[in-house]
Design a protein around this ligand. Structure first.
Ligand SMILES: Cc1cc2nc3c(=O)[nH]c(=O)nc-3n(C[C@H](O)[C@H](O)[C@H](O)COP(=O)(O)OP(=O)(O)OC[C@H]3O[C@@H](n4cnc5c(N)ncnc54)[C@H](O)[C@@H]3O)c2cc1C
Length: 486
């Protein structure tokens, strides 16, 4: 987020809503087709034109994938990390499909006349040196998409997967641009080659920003670990303070940062963590649960460890959602951004009614209980603690968050004017977000963040979003079909 008030105003003006982002995406992907209509090429069969259209569209859509990776706030608009990553994943499949069909449609007319000749033509595309960069692009893209889809099942660490993601992505884009410029019929003349050169330059700028400028900035603005405290079973709270020349981070409560520890600053090694703090307090607090190689060491970090902070990111913040009442829902370590919101409400003296549900597996997994109890004294706050397993002396409820519990919590509030902010495990987020719609919250008032980008069951809101994405994909397919027949 920019640091001066003027830059912040400009920045929030360019954070576009989803519809505007979809329109920009469509215009950008269809632009090469529009420019190609002005190029003078020998007449082609409609199937060959469709093949060419998919190549042009696929390459443009592949370039956009670099800015929907969740690291560009302006490209994410007001969608939030969950939605932008969902788009990134779904769009990767249609880019792959378009680029697999691209050579196949070129040979289809020959194959329909004479399958033997069609097969020979396809073999020529696959083996002739002239087309090699296209094959390299296709193979890199297929590896990129498949290794992402199968990531959880691959025997490699997250960092190795992420490194390979960058290598495959850059290889696919560079080889794809080379293929278009060296063999493309529509990319040889007129404005299309200029567009591909501009896209190449823009990709260079994106890569330089992500892996050069941000890397440098992480070195130039160091933070340090001031304290580490154990909050609950395998859960730690880190207090991180800026070093002398590093400015405070301007953020909204609930947003997240990418963090590195030690001297390693390269973005490959950073991890996303929600800010469990109020922007009114200097420094940052992160609540971290042990989940693997990086987080398992977090409780042992020596005080004074240099920390790199890149951010803030995300839309999980109250500012974007006008309402009369707030329902906060945390599952497990999802308490991190929820504590950020709650601490900020206490610091601001929030006057609206606030309801908090905090669910965890066992009583020993609950964190920040004293602070939550203290907040009940200063805010109009009612808290429901939900443990999946009961224990002697457990003051909260036992079980899961269901419709009845939600209705009880919302008692006396107008669901239509209440905003729910929820962070927790995928399954909980899915079922509770559907239940919130059933008890009367409008879909736009149900805001959630998941801590992993992996798949899993989809909520009604996820399905509505997937339908919107499918419409964007269908619009691209329609543009390719129109290009084939004009
Ligand atoms: C927006 C967001 C906010 C988050 N906030 C918090 C928080 O406040 N507290 C908390 O404890 N956890 C949070 N997480 C989850 C946290 O980032 C992962 O648990 C952590 O990165 C795991 O790293 P690891 O090396 O210890 O585990 P690993 O065993 O390497 O990874 C476990 C899983 O965590 C995910 N993961 C690992 N590394 C990364 C990475 N660099 N980028 C993205 N995902 C990764 C992958 O899904 C992986 O399968 C958040 C995640 C996201 C996406």
């Amino acid at each position: 987020m920019p640091e001066t008030p003027a830059a912040r105003r400009l920045f929030s003006a360019i954070r576009l809503p989803g519809g505007a982002l979809a329109a920009i995406y469509l215009v950008f992907c269809i632009l090469p087709l529009a420019l190609a209509l002005t190029a003078l090429v020998a007449p082609l069969d409609p199937w060959e034109r469709a093949g060419a259209a998919l190549g042009l569209l696929g390459l443009a859509a592949m370039a956009v994938q670099f800015v929907t990776s969740g690291r560009f706030e302006a490209a994410s608009g007001r969608l939030g990390i969950d939605k932008i990553m969902a788009f990134h994943k779904i769009a990767a499949w249609w880019v792959l499909l378009a680029l697999i069909l691209h050579p196949l449609l070129y040979v289809l007319p020959t194959w329909m006349d004479d399958p033997g000749r069609g097969w020979v033509r396809l073999q020529a595309y696959l083996t002739l040196p002239h087309y090699r960069s296209g094959i390299v692009a296709l193979v890199a893209l297929a590896l990129l998409v498949l290794t992402s889809a199968l990531r959880e099942r691959l025997p490699v660490t997250y960092e190795v997967w992420r490194g390979s993601h960058i290598v495959f992505g850059v290889t696919a884009a560079v080889a794809g641009l080379h293929h278009a410029l060296s063999t493309g019929r529509f990319s040889a003349l007129g404005a299309v080659p200029a567009l591909w050169w501009a896209v190449g330059a823009a990709l260079l700028a994106v890569i330089a920003t992500l892996y050069g400028w941000r890397w440098w900035r992480l070195h130039a603005r160091p933070w340090r670990l001031k304290s580490v405290e154990k909050l609950a079973d395998r859960m730690w709270e880190l207090d991180i303070q800026p070093q002398a020349k590093t400015p405070q981070l301007p953020y909204h409560a609930g947003q997240f940062v990418w963090m590195t520890e030690g001297e390693r600053r390269f973005p490959l090694f950073d991890h996303p963590f929600s800010i469990a703090d109020s922007p009114r307090r200097p420094g940052l607090s992160l609540i971290i649960k042990e989940a693997g190689d990086f987080t398992n060491r977090i409780g042992e970090l020596p005080l004074g460890t240099p920390i790199g902070i890149d951010g803030p990111y995300g839309e999980f913040a109250l500012e974007e959602h006008p309402c009369d009442a707030v329902l906060l829902i945390a599952g497990g370590v999802g308490i991190a951004p929820i504590m950020g919101l709650l601490r900020d409400m206490v610091a601001r003296g929030e006057t609206r009614p606030v309801r908090l549900v905090y669910a965890a597996g066992q009583p020993e997994n609950f964190a920040c209980m004293d602070e939550i109890a203290a907040a009940e004294k200063t805010l109009d706050l009612k808290v429901m603690l939900l443990s999946e397993e009961g224990r002697e002396g457990w003051p909260g409820e036992v079980g899961r968050l269901d419709h009845d519990r939600l209705r009880k919590l919302l008692g006396g509030l107008d669901p239509a004017r209440t905003v729910a902010l929820m962070c927790g495990p995928g399954g909980m987020v899915t079922s509770v977000s559907d239940a919130l719609l059933d008890v009367g919250l409008p879909m736009r008032n149900v805001v959630y963040e998941r801590f992993d980008y992996g798949g899993g069951a989809a909520s009604r809101q996820d399905r509505r979003r997937s339908l919107a994405f499918a419409c964007v994909g269908a619009a691209l397919a329609l543009a390719a079909a129109l290009f084939a027949v004009v």
